[in-house]
Design a protein around this ligand. Structure first.
Ligand code: SF4
Ligand code: SF4
Length: 79
């Protein structure tokens, strides 16, 4: 199974939680850290479970999520 990495732009995130609900592996959650607009920013709470499926990025209405996927024995690539 590929390994994923999610990068969330904390200033774009408005803390709606859609990505958290959408992740089939329970990777994401609220960080408890607030951006300059006062939103509780999403983060990877369980990065080891991320497959890089990119469902979270597709769900984000603010295009705040970038996903990278790494196949075993391959360099990391942007999704
Ligand atoms: S890429 Fe997939 S597994 Fe990783 S956090 Fe997003 S929805 Fe979850
Ligand atoms: S869907 Fe986007 S805006 Fe909403 S919590 Fe996730 S990263 Fe933030």
């Amino acid at each position: 199974m590929p390994k994923g990495l999610v990068v969330i732009d904390r200033e774009r995130c408005k803390g709606c939680g859609l990505c958290i609900d959408a992740c089939p592996f329970g990777v994401l959650g609220f960080s408890g850290e607030y951006n300059s607009s006062g939103y509780n920013v999403a983060t990877m709470l369980h990065p080891e479970k991320c497959t890089g499926c990119a469902i979270c990025a597709q769900m984000c209405p603010d295009v705040a999520i970038e996903v990278y996927r790494q196949q075993p024995d391959q360099p990391k690539e942007a999704v």
